[in-house]
Design a binder for this molecule. Structure first.
Ligand SMILES: [Zn+2]
Length: 211
């Protein structure tokens, strides 16, 4: 097993919040996918009130509360689709917000071979989530698979489901891979989920070819 370049994890620097910098990306992604009016109803259903246009620091479980509210309104299948699309939008918006900080637009990153780009990109994603929120994310490489492992996933925080339910990160990874590697040559699947009792949410990225 190779372990991707490791980044320092700040010890409880931001306890139990889902910070505005990332919350704003998530809220605007849902707003774009659902439309403002429908998303306002979802927020009401979730018991969340956000006044004005500025998203504040949010309680850590906010993404899970929104997921539950979506399920109550739209049912499980439709909610999965909404979350997948919102994750894709969230990645695109995140790229605008973070690519300068992370050096993703540098020639050095753009010129890496696809497999290294995937590993480096996922490592940067893990660093961003660890640095800007109270998530605990690491990346592991096993042969042609790369795993993103989140021990404190806010998307299923304190909810119980019979199957894996964190589609927002799946969508974000799909969009990231399409952006970084230009061809849709990878599959993304959530293979363990805290909502069904696993110790972490694990997202598996697998190359369709064996290069
Ligand atoms: Zn999860």
């Amino acid at each position: 097993m190779d372990i991707a370049a490791s980044w320092p994890v700040p010890p409880q620097a931001l306890p139990d919040i889902y910070p505005a910098k990332i919350g704003d990306l998530m809220m605007s992604a849902y707003g774009e996918v659902l439309g403002r009016q429908k998303f306002t109803l979802v927020l009401q259903q979730a018991g969340l009130e956000i006044s004005g246009n500025t998203v504040p620091d949010l309680p850590f479980g906010t993404p899970a509360r929104i997921y539950q509210a979506l399920e109550e309104i739209y049912g499980e299948q439709t909610t999965r689709g909404i979350c997948l699309r919102s994750g894709r939008v969230m990645f695109r918006r995140g790229l605008q917000a973070f690519s300068g900080i992370l050096g993703l637009s540098h020639r050095g990153f753009r010129l890496l071979p696809p497999a290294q780009k995937v590993l480096r990109g996922m490592d940067l994603l893990a660093w961003t989530l660890n640095h800007y929120s109270d998530q605990r994310v690491r990346v592991e490489k096993h042969g042609h698979e790369v795993l993103l492992i989140n021990e404190r996933c806010p998307h299923c925080w304190e909810i119980t489901r019979s199957s894996a339910c964190c589609q927002v990160p799946v969508g974000a990874l799909q969009e990231g891979l399409a952006w970084a590697c230009s061809a849709r040559q990878y599959t993304v699947e959530e293979i363990t989920c805290r909502a069904k009792g696993d110790p972490s949410c694990t997202f598996r990225v697998r190359s369709k070819s064996s290069d």
